[in-house]
Design a protein around this ligand. Structure first.
Ligand SMILES: [Zn+2]
Length: 469
């Protein structure tokens, strides 16, 4: 980074010069959903004010991107940082640091597994206060939708919730009850009036419980048993119900962590029939398959579980076809000892992947950057911002938006080591994976938060965003 000379800066003080920029990013290949541009980016007070082949305004400083790709800051709409209450599992400081190291500039924290869960405005405000103090990226907060808090939804909206999250099966957390069809319908009706989207974890509770009981009765606790306890049919049954209720109530539905192309097909069909629904999948469904569950055991346990190789490949096709609207990490870590058992039903379910999951998606596109990086710019940033109504500020490298971006380079494959992790516990399903992509810098509102393996410019408190109306 080079700075202009002192004489020029003195001049700028005496002559009021509104055209003077704080930062110009040169030499980058800017990735937009429409394509990759050789362009320079001019930034003032954290906002992008120029995007052009050449930016010649006077500037305070310059960043040489050195031919790297400039990607929009990832907006990870699905993390569990677990603070307050279970910060020993992750925490807002460590979780946001790991996100930034992987190219992320904003997260939406789920209403669980923090304690208390975010089921009312007071809990949301408390989490907001903590994140404003600790997060190094910007953030939004999900509120919970459970049978017991239907009269709290308006309060959650007024406190700035980005949306409401419901579980259609047991959440694994005693303080966060799952909905049944009746309470989900009622919740959706109220959410529609409040103008909030409803996100669902879609797995059929009765089917998963029945299969789990049958397998455990046979003494099965192995990886294959875990996979068999939550088949694709369990996901499809729940997605069908959620789609029916969304069609009936007019609710904006967001189906999180869809694991199967069959699930995506149901959602695509509903979208064709003008149901207001979007689909999220996660890096792990695009990068790993059920063989990895057998290989890695508890590290690769998640729900819905990883699927077979054919389905993994089909999800990439759906992504490229535009049938998957967003990709979120579903980063859901726990204490290491909660992953330490051969009994796959007893260990904590959740893949910790907020730091390397997205980078590995970039790596997977190394040979098809022109086609695929724009797709990733859409599903990791623009589409998320649009769906959750923060697109006035976030989601694109475009004038008027926050200057949130990362620099990504491709090169020799390197192995991801547990030591590279910024998360509280150095546990990741991706340790040992080989990546050809590397996030070298992450900028939030025009300032570096991560550069070349270090967190920079701390403290830079993250800002809370509520959806625009
Ligand atoms: Zn989750």
């Amino acid at each position: 980074m080079k700075r202009t000379g002192p004489i020029f800066r003195e001049n700028a003080k005496t002559i009021h010069e509104p055209e003077r920029l704080d930062l110009v990013v040169r030499g980058g290949r800017v990735v937009t959903p429409e394509g990759i541009l050789d362009a320079e980016i001019g930034i003032v007070r954290g906002k992008i004010v120029r995007l052009a082949p050449k930016v010649s305004d006077a500037t305070e400083s310059e960043l040489d991107a050195g031919g790297r790709y400039v990607l929009p800051g990832i907006i990870d709409a699905h993390v569990h940082f677990n603070e307050p209450g279970r910060a020993e599992w992750e925490g807002l400081a460590t979780g946001s640091a790991a996100l930034a190291a992987g190219g992320g500039t904003m997260f939406f924290d789920m209403p669980l597994n923090s304690e208390p869960p975010v089921l009312n405005a007071a809990a949301l405000r408390e989490k907001r206060r903590l994140a404003e103090e600790k997060s190094c990226t910007d953030f939004a907060l999900w509120g919970g939708l459970t049978p017991g808090n239907l009269d709290q939804l308006a309060g959650l909206r007024d406190a700035g919730a980005i949306g409401l999250k419901a579980f259609m099966c047991n959440s694994g957390i005693a303080s966060f009850a799952n909905v049944d069809a009746k309470s989900l319908r009622e919740g959706m009706k109220r959410a529609t009036k409040l103008g909030l989207p409803v996100a669902v974890h879609a797995e059929d509770d009765a089917l998963a419980a029945k299969l789990t009981a049958e397998l455990r009765a046979k003494g099965r606790t192995d990886a294959r048993a875990w996979l068999d306890s939550r088949p694709v049919e369990a996901e499809l049954a729940a997605i069908r119900l959620a789609l029916e209720l969304a069609a009936e109530t007019g609710c904006a539905l967001h189906v999180v962590h869809v694991s199967s192309p069959e699930g995506i097909a149901l959602i695509a069909e509903a979208r064709n029939q003008r149901v207001d629904v979007s689909a999220e999948t996660c890096p792990h469904y695009l990068l790993l398959n059920e063989k990895d569950v057998e290989r890695l055991g508890p590290l690769a346990k998640c729900a819905p579980p990883l699927r077979d190789e054919k389905r993994r490949k089909a999800l990439w096709a759906d992504l490229r076809a535009g049938d998957i609207q967003t990709v979120g990490s579903d980063h859901s870590p726990s204490l290491p000892e909660m992953k330490d058992s051969a009994n796959m039903f007893a260990v904590w379910g959740g893949i910790a992947g907020v730091q390397h999951g997205f980078e590995l998606l970039f790596s997977a596109c190394e040979k098809s950057v022109a086609r695929d990086l724009p797709v990733l710019a859409a599903v990791l940033a623009r589409n998320v911002a649009r769906r959750f109504r923060i697109d006035d500020r976030k989601g694109q490298i475009a004038t008027g938006r926050d200057a949130d971006f990362s620099l990504v380079e491709f090169g020799k494959a390197r192995t991801i080591h547990a030591d590279d992790l910024w998360t509280r516990h150095r546990i990741s399903a991706y340790a040992g994976e080989r990546s050809r992509a590397r996030v070298t810098h992450t900028y939030l509102r025009g300032k570096p938060v991560y550069a070349e393996g270090r967190l920079t410019n701390l403290p830079q408190p993250g800002q809370f965003l509520a959806p625009h109306r």
